[in-house]
Ligand binder design. Structure first.
Ligand SMILES: NC(=O)C1=CN([C@@H]2O[C@H](COP(=O)(O)OP(=O)(O)OC[C@H]3O[C@@H](n4cnc5c(N)ncnc54)[C@H](OP(=O)(O)O)[C@@H]3O)[C@@H](O)[C@H]2O)C=CC1
Ligand SMILES: O=C(CO)COP(=O)(O)O
Length: 317
């Protein structure tokens, strides 16, 4: 199975480095700069040398010749990217590596692949992993989701490396929801910590955020057990507790009243709006998601967000 990674950001580069442990890999970027000669992705992973087995190209036709293709572009760019390159991607195994829900439709990456490249086998790779950890060869476990069980097994085998251990599931909706929603809750946790509300408040947000994730999963016919795995609970814990996370850091800056660099990829901001709209359409109660949507749209501040959450009617856990 030949493997390419499309998208030479932090995550695409890190996965490509790790997969080189199994054999040659092609990494495509729309702007590869000096990467081919310097053998480092200076913009995104400056401390991680690129292995010899990694072929870097800006020719997408060359990269798309592989049978298995990892898609590592940001969530809100995925549909446009697939539309532009659909002819090259027909019949391939396409593994989405992005986390989030599309702002206009509320769909996750697997559904978007199915709509834009219907002849492809659509899968998702998600779970707790910072690009820098993967690139440095630190041990990491991820979830590979694919509705076709045979393809899921083949992809699990093909994409597992010495330090990257993959579990598989056929519940692609659950896998993509876990990765999407944990970013929203991480913004909430960062905001609480940035505003000095304390670690107990963060634990409450993390736990009640997990309850929201499971509530939405049930509504969308995902398996609640999937959310309890790496793609949900695992990634929630990582992202809500580490300032390596960009989503958590956006939350911190909101809580501290600081500006945040808008060029940084922060998937949870758009996803909060997508999920909030979906919840409103379906009459679903997702109060933490609602306040995060308010925070990222500057409709609410952290004090009013906290007050509104604490003032909700008392209920059973
Ligand atoms: N970083 C991490 O630790 C992890 C990230 N992820 C997920 O991976 C996804 C990508 O994140 P990450 O790699 O960190 O983001 P980065 O910001 O590091 O990189 C994004 C990459 O996507 C490229 N890109 C953006 N738009 C397009 C487009 N329209 N066509 C082609 N390429 C495009 C950018 O190119 P250019 O530089 O030219 O703008 C850049 O190379 C996100 O969904 C994220 O949640 C998942 C797990 C871990
Ligand atoms: O998804 C991630 C960890 O699993 C990376 O988190 P951030 O996108 O918040 O940096």
């Amino acid at each position: 199975m030949s493997v390419s990674v499309l998208g030479a950001g932090a995550f695409g580069t890190a996965l490509a480095i790790s997969l080189c442990g199994r054999g040659p890999v092609t990494l495509w970027g729309r702007d590869i700069g000096e990467m081919r000669t310097t053998r480092v992705n200076a913009a995104r992973l400056p401390d991680c040398p690129l292995p010899d087995a990694l072929w870097i190209t800006d020719d997408i036709a060359e990269a798309a010749a592989a049978t298995t293709i990892l898609l590592a572009v940001p969530m809100q760019k995925l549909r446009g990217f697939l539309t532009d390159h659909a002819a090259l991607l027909q019949g391939k195994r396409l593994v989405a590596c992005c986390k989030g829900m599309e702002i206009d439709t509320g769909l996750g990456p697997v559904s978007i692949i199915a709509e834009e490249v219907p002849t492809a086998t659509a899968a998702i790779l998600t779970g707790p992993s910072f690009a820098a950890d993967i690139a440095r060869g630190l041990p990491t476990a991820l979830t590979l989701g694919c509705a076709d069980e045979a393809a899921a097994k083949a992809l699990q085998q093909a994409l597992t490396t010495e330090n990257l251990r993959l579990y598989r599931t056929v519940d692609t909706v659950g896998a993509e929801l876990g990765g999407a929603l944990k970013n929203v809750i991480a913004i909430a946790c960062g905001a609480a910590m940035g505003a000095g509300l304390g670690e107990s408040a963060r634990a409450a947000l993390l736990t009640r955020g997990f309850a929201e994730m499971q509530r939405l999963a049930r509504t969308l016919d995902a398996e609640p057990d999937t959310l309890a795995g790496l793609s949900g609970f695992g990634d929630l814990v990582l992202t809500c507790t580490s300032d390596q996370s960009r989503n958590y850091r956006l939350g911190l800056s909101i809580g501290e009243g600081r500006q945040f660099d808008r060029t940084v990829t922060v998937e949870g901001a758009a996803t909060a709006l997508a999920v909030h709209a979906l919840a409103q359409r379906s009459g679903l109660d997702l109060p933490i998601t609602a306040v995060v949507a308010g925070l990222v749209e500057n409709r609410q501040d952290v004090t009013s967000a906290m007050t509104s959450l604490l003032a909700r009617p008392l209920k059973e856990e």
